[in-house]
Design a protein around this ligand. Sequence first.
Ligand code: ADP
Length: 657
Amino acid sequence: MFNKILIANRGEIACRVIKTAKTMGISTVAIFSEQDAMALHVAMADEAVCIGPAPASESYLNTDNIVAIAKQTGSDAVHPGYGFLSEKSEFAAAIESAGIIFIGPSKDAISAMGDKIRSKKIAEDAGVSTVPGYLGVVEGITEAIKIAEDIGYPLMIKASAGGGGKGMRIAHNSAELSEGFQLAANEALASFGDGRIFLEKYIEKPRHIEIQILGDKYGNVIHLGERECSIQRRHQKIIEEAPSAFLDSDTRGEMGAQAVALAKAVKYSSAGTVEFIVDEKSNFYFLEMNTRLQVEHPVTEFVTGIDLVEQMIRIASGEKISLGQEDVRCDGWAIEARVYAEDPSRNFLPSTGRLNQYKEPVTSDSIRIDSGVIEGSEISIFYDPLISKLIAFGSSREVALEKLKKALSVYLIRGIAHNIPFLTAVISNKRFAEADFSTDFLAEEFLEGFAPEKAIGSRMGIFIAAAAFVRAKIDSRVNPVASNSYIIQSADLESEKIPVEVEVSWDSCNAIVNVGGSFLPLESDWSPGSAILQANINGVDHNFVLKENEIGLSLTSGIYRADLIILTPSQSRLYGYMPANEEPDLTRYLLAPMPGLLVRLSVDVGDVVKDGDELAVVEAMKMENVLRSERDGTIAKVNFLPGDHLEVDQVILEYDE
Ligand code: ADP
């Protein structure tokens, strides 16, 4: 077994690998960019070495530096995590030629599976079901149209070198094919330096289901069942689960057997994933093989009880897999939600900044959190916006879902925008609860993104009771004989602002809240200072995330939110005389919504634009964000050029009025 391993990654996955190494008694070396000097993975590792400046191309992607540090620290092996260099066969080769072991498959297996045309051919030869299509490079548009007649529309135009959804387009007819072919080829050339394109049938309303496999260096391969990852936004997975509610045991068995056959065909050793799409009639088709640990691996670990990182390390060190296929048992249900620094109400714009308050739900046998941050950590523009993964386990899908919902409701993140209410909305959706979905689910149900819904009616009564309780607790600390009478109203300009008279009276530690004549008993051990209120109100458990605003409290509970103004009766009498705050008029400006690189300016001075037109593209956190006009107008001034770095709220351009 190894004495020391280097983890060529950052964030949650670096922390994840370090945890298992620790339990195996292996020392760990972290690498970090200048940006990450204070990062959690650096603190967790036994040693840590700075690898270079913040941009990944100068740090986490610098093979020469990583190999040099691995040698200099006496590391026996390198774990690449996912992303960065994990699927670069040149990286695996460079590690091995330095006499160090790469914790992953052979460089040959990585390169065979890294090219979509090549991997599809290998899969077909191994008897794996592939998407019907043309298995060669399509040379030009005329040839594409001819091939399309054989395959039939709709079809998928794909880049052989593709990944992350890039260079992929759907065509419903020959006109769309002509246009899409060129666009996909250009995008693939720009992103991967390789414009080879192939065509396959577009499978309508598919589900994405993948098989986890494990192979060793002696030709033994087993599979650990499936994960379903159909909840995707722009081909990026957001919620994953194991098992899949869709598969019957025959289909599951066949998919497992084919995944094993493919792994054997490329002499696969290590953990890997064979991805399939499955149509409405349970026909399944090979998509690609990921030759690394997947982001969503924890759901498999929960249902099988097998530590995949431990297996990867043991296999790399030359051990045989100690399990036979019959030893793999899948029990219960696990669901993972990816917590991102992004704003679902603003087209999922990535958010950067400091986590000035950060408190994770309590972990247990059924709640796991894989994160790479702590309170005070910074989410920067340089890396991807994943904050953590929250994984819940239960005896059934319903139980796991309930646990996930509860854990999300006590997860506190402050300082940046995040997607927790959105995740709650997705898992609370009726179709999701019934497992009635395909990869189109988010586009069908959440096309406009998501903003918390306003609490109204009796729900508003519950929010008001919670707010009054919090305020009364705070006031009673200052003045134990205070009356605890309040006038509460919504601060939201759009809702009716009818003030409600509220009175809190105490019954030992608990309270009775009189909300406009309705008496609501409230039990809670909340104390001032905590940003989470867990309360039983009128017999029902509720969790609220609290935030003080100027003259009251904002409360979020699940997918609902209320912004409340809380006044004492005497303040209330004077409140009407307060001048209203005038919001500055910013509609003349396009502001940078986040720090980043201006990659494209789509308009010039004098251009007339319409609501919805593209104005500029800003790159941050590995993603291109299109900034669109929110009005009609004429561009009067342009303050930055492509290539410029933007700070948040800098004025990129101005309209004439
Ligand atoms: P990438 O390597 O860019 O991630 P994949 O081939 O893994 O691309 O596909 C990503 C996603 O695109 C899949 O999960 C599925 O949602 C969709 N997809 C890919 N190929 C097809 C197809 N032939 N028909 C329908 N959807 C597809």
